[in-house]
Design a protein around this ligand. Structure first.
Ligand SMILES: Cc1cc2nc3c(=O)[nH]c(=O)nc-3n(C[C@H](O)[C@H](O)[C@H](O)COP(=O)(O)OP(=O)(O)OC[C@H]3O[C@@H](n4cnc5c(N)ncnc54)[C@H](O)[C@@H]3O)c2cc1C
Ligand code: FES
Length: 281
């Protein structure tokens, strides 16, 4: 059992939980994730380690209420507990002194980007971060990202905060300004990561993305998270989640991510018909 020691609403549909998990906190590295199972019959879902504190023995997960499992998780209160946490899983992000690193996060991807920007800065890089959301109410961790970066750019699709437009618009301006970029790291919705891959491919800028393929066990055994990278089959959970954006078969990823939409809708409908309603307060 993993006790919840802090809970915060970062927005209407985004929740932060800090959990007592000393063994995971002691080994966590930027870019890794955990598989969470709330109760005995709950689904197993992957969530990134957004932060951890080895001294306190805690880890922090931040998640968007996307469907049944994340809505259920958002109902857990301080003092309650989560049944299973497996992790840290996945390969840690490649962090070294590259020079200038552009870190790009869209939506909930900013929660996943934070430890990477922090680690890149600690490694002596000039970190230029670009974070975006559809709307001001969906923008998270602005202060944390400011601390983790040397320069922070904010965009909203509708112009309700920061620059109006997309993170890719700001990236294009930086590229056009002649600023040397040694590596780009991007996390967000697949269409955002795909646009960035297309943008940086002609310029030959090394670009890593964090893929959110559907996962079950998270340890390389089930094959659910299969992706094709450079023509070869890779498992996102053990070979990733970071991959070279220019070598991913994006079409296949998009198709595989949509595979269970009817079942996801059905699970959500069942849950809302029978749930306690705490998540909708
Ligand atoms: C390595 C990794 C790290 C992630 N980190 C975060 C994070 O830090 N914060 C966050 O909000 N989200 C994160 N996600 C996505 C998160 O796992 C899904 O939002 C969650 O599983 C949705 O489950 P649900 O039942 O609430 O929604 P559902 O209605 O079941 O699904 C909504 C959408 O979520 C995705 N999804 C559903 N089940 C899974 C699954 N088992 N594995 C992966 N994706 C799934 C699908 O795209 C689906 O269409 C991560 C995904 C991966 C692979
Ligand atoms: S989640 Fe099963 S192999 Fe990756």
């Amino acid at each position: 059992m993993y006790n919840v020691v802090r809970k915060e609403q970062l927005g209407e549909v985004v929740t932060l939980l800090e959990l007592e998990a000393p063994a995971i906190a002691a080994k966590a590295q930027a870019g890794q994730f955990v598989i969470v199972r709330l109760a005995e019959y709950s689904e197993r879902i992957p969530l990134t380690l957004s932060d951890w504190d080895a001294d306190r023995g805690t880890i922090t997960i931040i998640f968007q209420h996307a469907g049944r499992s994340t809505e259920e998780l958002a109902c857990v209160e301080v003092g309650e507990s989560i049944r299973d946490l497996a992790g840290p899983l996945g390969k840690a992000t490649e962090v070294e002194k590259f020079g200038t690193v552009v870190c790009i996060g869209g939506g909930i991807g900013v929660a996943e980007l934070r430890p990477i920007a922090k680690a890149m800065k600690a490694a002596g890089n000039k970190v230029i971060s670009i974070v975006g959301a559809r709307d001001k109410s969906l923008l998270i961790l602005e202060d944390d990202m400011r601390k983790a970066s040397c320069e922070l750019h904010i965009t909203t699709d509708n112009g309700s905060y920061g620059r109006k437009g997309f993170v890719s618009n700001v990236l294009q301006e930086i590229m056009d300004s002649g600023q040397k970029i040694d590596i780009i790291y991007a996390i967000g919705p697949v269409p955002m990561m795909r646009v960035i891959a297309d943008q940086t491919r002609p310029a030959g800028i090394k670009t890593l993305v964090c893929l959110d393929a559907i996962m079950i066990d998270g340890t390389g055994m089930c094959g659910a998270c299969r992706v094709t990278v450079d023509g070869k089959t890779k498992f996102t959970c053990v070979d990733g989640p970071d991959f070279d954006a220019h070598q991913i078969n994006w079409e296949e990823l998009v198709t595989r991510k949509k595979m269970y939409i009817p079942q996801e809708k059905e699970a959500s409908r069942h849950y809302h018909e029978g749930c306690c309603g705490r998540c909708r307060k």
